[in-house]
Design a protein around this ligand. Sequence first.
Ligand SMILES: NC(=O)c1ccc[n+]([C@@H]2O[C@H](COP(=O)([O-])OP(=O)(O)OC[C@H]3O[C@@H](n4cnc5c(N)ncnc54)[C@H](O)[C@@H]3O)[C@@H](O)[C@H]2O)c1
Length: 260
Amino acid sequence: MRLKNRLAIVTGGSSGIGRAIALALSNEGAHVIVADIDESPRRGKYHEKSTTTPTVDEISKSGGQGTFMQCDMSDENSIRKLVDKTVKKHNRVDILVNNAGICFNRNSQETTTEDFDNLVDINLRGVFLATKYAVPHIKKSETGRIINIASVHAFHGGGGPAYAASKAGVVNLTKDTALELAPHGGTVNAICPGYIETAIQDELTEQDIKDSIEKTPLPRLGLPKDIGLAALFLASDDAEWITGISLIVDGGMLAPLPVV
Ligand SMILES: NC(=O)c1ccc[n+]([C@@H]2O[C@H](COP(=O)([O-])OP(=O)(O)OC[C@H]3O[C@@H](n4cnc5c(N)ncnc54)[C@H](O)[C@@H]3O)[C@@H](O)[C@H]2O)c1
């Protein structure tokens, strides 16, 4: 049990990637706070069509420990309460996984100011606020970890002005927080997934999905567990000297020279 006695908060832990991360961490002994706006898993038109069991029930079935806490990552008060309630009950936070996110890919003319603000509030401001409130507790942990879920879209155009910019922001925020936590022995890293089989892909067309598989050197979509296992590694003692990085987990999608 690599994470025995550790307390992890996973935002957006009800569905998709967050759910796989919550399961991977709890399988190794962490008590996982599944923080989400909704306890029911999202069901997509392509993926996760029949996933209905709440993550904490899945954790219990595998003999792990988990608690659901409702939280809206666009609401500062809600995020503060999530951390306060966690610390009141468990007296610690060792691992924070900032995973909750939404996605749409519209250009500057199609994106309303309200759409932009809402996405950035969840995908970037929410990461900052959860970090802000959790850091004082993570500093006290001997094995403090923050893992931020960004995206391959952080590095290139084509992801829309809201989504791609929010993820680029997360990559930089990761490096900055890494410097803040390092004197306290904690690490802060990002994971940049390629295209993963979750309900967030409802935004895509079937052709987009086909194209993404064709452009992936290891030609398949990623599975949520591909990211869950990467997060487990970064959370474990094996990764104690890794900080400030963005680990790309994309089947090689970003490997070729873009002009080829
Ligand atoms: N699936 C992919 O292809 C892919 C690729 C790159 C990055 N990502 C990133 O991975 C993360 C997880 O995405 P996913 O694919 O699992 O999507 P998903 O839609 O399956 O899951 C997202 C979860 O976040 C929760 N959530 C949404 N808004 C919230 C809010 N305001 N407060 C709290 N919870 C909220 C949802 O309820 C859901 O449980 C996101 O940050 C996403 O941008 C996904």
